[in-house]
Design a protein around this ligand. Sequence first.
Ligand SMILES: Cc1ncc(COP(=O)(O)O)c(C=O)c1O
Length: 427
Amino acid sequence: MASTMSTPVLLGGLPSVTLPRPGWPVVDAADVEAVAAVVRSGVWSWVGPQERAFCEEYARFLGCRYCLCLANGTVTLQCALQAVGVEPGDEVIVPGLTWVATAQAALDIGAEVVFADVNPRTMGLDPASLEAAITPRTRAVVPVHLYGCMADMDAILEIARRHGLRVVEDVAHQHGSRWRGQAAGTLGDAGSFSFQQSKVLTSGEGGAVACNDPEVYRTVFALKQVGWAPAEPERAPFEGLVAARRYGHNYRITEMQAALLRGGLRRLAEQTARREASAQALAAGLAALGGPLQAVPRDERVTTQAYYAMTLHFDPDLAGGLTREQYLRAVQAEGLSLGVPYTAVYRHPLLNLDDRTSPLPYRQRAGRQDYASLALPGVEAATTRTGVILMHQALLGSQAYLEQILQAVRKVNDHLEPLRKALAEKA
Ligand SMILES: Cc1ncc(COP(=O)(O)O)c(C=O)c1O
């Protein structure tokens, strides 16, 4: 009789993963003291010393001229798009697979969103689909580097240059990734980061825009600071505020958030190196196991990969009749939590353009890409059949934890047929 350790849990065995997944976010005593010091200081907001210091430190880390903190990684996209020149009525090309906010940010500033397809393995914007979506009204493109891969920035930048498009990178998942040595978020005209709780650099909520052009910086500053911006950002990026004649809002963060970000940034490079090593070990382990679940190979132009998640590919043809969801159920029973990508944005339940709370122009459908009938093949494949992700917390686990992950996958791979039968009987 097979031992309970080699039998899948769904067939009566014991789970493979018994060690706890590392917790997130990571904080240390210095973070707690830094936040307490801010609280005691009474300086809690309004582009204070913590925020200024973090902006300088993060810009240095990224290797760009400017960084600005904003309330979240959605308004960063709105402001960055406006700052690079997107105006109401312009078309903005967005991948059909991303978090809904990427599209909503463009819609909320009055732009038309045109969805393009993604590479089903890396889930990055497909350059051919981008080029096919360009019209005379296209003003900007938003490449999103999802999970543990980057989009093909060589091809995307070349197309953008040839068609005179502005490029705003959505780097909500890529704090510290590098493409040929250059930081993700600094390859186009502006980069938009999120610091929401799940991200590898976090302050609970928050976001940042990275850029090199002082005029883009000035405009984003004004948009987040009710219309006020530094008169001479090259000389004094936080001082000498004058009315910039922009329609600005309050999208500021607090000093407590900036203090947490400074702590997270001190740990980021070391954590990224650990995640990279774990991802490499898991990719090699999965390749040695064979079977339906494999790591998506790293593009050699990605010189550093910040893993918000490790991007995996599930091949249904090698799964003995199990669907992705059934396979993930069996793995979950072993104590390993694997996720699936976001929903296709064009049918996301939150993208409620016809609701009375959505901006007025979108209640008229004329001229809009027909989202309801859209089915982009790469997006459909990744979202419904083949895309799988392992969140970054797991990549901070010990060697023993990584081995348990591989044991869980091996056990499921070794029992595809009996698992299919058992799940069919349960259904
Ligand atoms: C790809 C992407 N873009 C934008 C955002 C929006 O960031 P936020 O939640 O900080 O508004 C997210 C959030 O998860 C995201 O995953």
